[in-house]
Design a protein around this ligand. Structure first.
Ligand code: BG6
Length: 515
């Protein structure tokens, strides 16, 4: 096993300096919620810690509960101490950060709060030089999106980019609808107040370093791309496994299920990055044009036989990482006869020249044995088994495995001669680990995505047509599942899903890789 040594990179410092954006006012709608506490403010604090937040950046939390600025800051400091990558908060950095952190109380649905907010933002412009630049982060359930967009528009809080002047941007969180129709409606509402280029749809997988590295791996190296096609690749596997259950999100998950929660967005983003053609430039529209082509090329599920290319599962009581855990139907806010899937495996084809007839096997699930997101590219075997006579021809196919999380890295499995007087082969692995080569933890996805929004670069955000095309592909399967008389197959928590998921791939002479 060898590891990759990082070359000194003289460009790194320069790049970071170039990428410090102008200060703006970032308003977080839903500031009292979980996402704000666990992800957004810890990410902003870590950016400040690393010197990547512009000096005058103002952050205003907006939500219904009453807080003074002081109480809000104290709560956020505790959250940063617990959740920030750069925890615990450093006193000097925190003091500087909290001076620019405010709270405005208000209801999402009534104009009064928006007036108070407007006033606070104007004050920030004067005090911090934020120059009228606005970013609205909607960390709220999607049903609030239309009313917030409408009131922001009605209160004159959205600048039209066509007129020049300071920008207004809006960040929206998934879910972007629950089917094609609702996604279209959300997008329609979005463009009544904002133009598409003002809308940043967050899919936090795109902020993960390893996900971005897929593009670098494929397009910054001459080595991989010649093999990256149906001639050399037998099949591709993608696994998004989580050891956690639905936690306190039973009510949400009952309406979603794993296909809406993970496959429609995070997994299709991964598929499109693995399968896309080289973009003409590394810029938002060029990259997203290529990604959406992949999603458009996904083969439709055969009408009337949608369920044959998929397996649905639901966890029952079991044990995960040595701890006894309840079944899905025993979770809070979950119906005792729920038919919501907590696991899904789907076989997918991309009907284009590069990928014709190469299966992509996707699986995602809750309460699996461990948390791991992994993409593996399984190459075709060598064309002629030269060592057949010596050891029965059992050489192993090469596998390139891209570990998105945890232990981020890339490994390549190939056959090697076992030392000794006879020719015997055994699989060995060449490894690259982020932690070893770069000596640092990669930044949190939200850090990167917040910074990109401040910079106005939407390369790492989902475009309207991507979202809608993904729903158009998935909807028939969701409908077929819903209309099927069969419930999802049970699987004990702590296992790799129902046996049918193994059978699906094994009947084709392949096996799920155990990541
Ligand atoms: C979210 C889903 O989008 O992604 C959650 O709603 C899931 O259900 C989470 O747990 C997984 O994210 P990560 O970064 O932990 O892989």
């Amino acid at each position: 096993m060898s590891s990759v040594v990082l070359e000194p990179n003289p460009l790194r410092e320069g790049l970071e300096q170039e990428r410090v954006p102008d200060a703006s006012c970032l308003v977080i709608f839903g500031a009292s919620g979980d996402l704000t506490h666990r992800k957004l403010l810890p990410a902003l604090y870590s950016l400040a810690h690393d010197g990547l937040l512009p000096a005058g950046q103002a952050i205003v939390g907006f939500a219904r509960p009453e807080y003074t600025d002081e109480a809000f800051r104290a709560e956020i400091k505790a959250a940063c101490n617990e959740f920030a990558r750069t925890k615990p908060a450093d006193d000097a950095i925190w003091q500087n950060f909290e001076k620019r952190l405010f709270y405005v109380q208000g209801s999402f649905t009534e104009p009064e709060g928006y007036n108070r907010l407007k006033q606070k933002l104007a004050e920030c412009d004067t005090t911090f030089g934020t120059g009228g630049r606005r970013i609205y982060y909607l960390a709220v359930p999607p049903n609030f999106f239309p009313v917030i967009a409408e009131l922001l528009g009605a209160e004159g809080m959205v600048a039209d980019p066509e007129r020049g002047g300071p920008y207004t941007r809006v960040i929206i969180e998934k879910p972007f609808g629950r089917d094609l129709e609702s996604a279209r409606e959300l997008n329609r509402v979005a463009v009544t107040t904002f133009r598409e280029r003002q809308v940043f749809r967050i899919d936090h997988y795109l902020g993960k370093e390893t996900v971005q590295n897929l593009l670098v791996l494929r397009f910054a190296n001459g080595f991989f791309e010649p093999f990256w096609n149906r001639q050399y690749i037998d099949h591709v596997q993608l696994t998004v496994a989580e050891s956690i259950g639905v936690e306190k999100r039973g009510a949400y998950f009952e309406q979603a299920g794993i296909a809406r929660d993970i496959i429609q967005n995070h997994m299709l983003q991964l598929v499109s990055l693995v399968a896309m053609e080289p973009p003409v430039a590394f810029e938002a529209e060029a990259v997203r044009d290529e990604k959406v082509k992949v999603i458009r090329a996904l083969r439709d599920f055969p009408a009337g036989h949608e369920c044959e290319l998929s397996v649905r599962g639901q966890y029952t009581t079991g044990s995960v990482l040595g701890e006894a855990v309840p079944g899905y139907r025993e979770e809070p806010d979950v119906a005792a006869d729920s038919r919501t899937e907590t696991f899904a495996a789907v076989k997918v084809f991309i009907d284009n020249w590069r990928w014709a007839d190469v299966p992509f096997y996707l699986r995602a699930g809750k309460r699996l044995p461990k948390r791991v997101t992994d993409i593996s590219i399984h190459f075709r075997p060598a064309p002629y088994p030269l060592f057949k006579k010596i050891q029965g021809g059992r050489t192993q196919p090469n596998v390139l495995s891209i570990r998105i999380q945890p232990d981020e890295g890339i490994s390549l499995k190939f056959d090697s001669k076992v030392p000794g007087a006879t020719i015997r082969t055994a699989p060995v692995t060449m490894e690259f680990r982020y932690a070893t080569s770069f000596g640092a933890e990669p930044p949190e996805a939200y850090e990167r995505l917040l910074l990109e929004t401040m910079l106005g670069d939407s390369t790492l955000f989902a475009r309207r047509d991507e979202v809608e095309t993904a729903w158009a592909w998935l909807d028939p399967l969701l409908r077929a599942w819903q209309n099927s008389p069969e419930p999802p197959d049970p699987y004990p928590a702590g296992t790799w899903g129902p046996p049918a998921a193994d059978a699906m791939i094994e009947r084709e002479g392949r096996r799920w890789r155990r990541p």
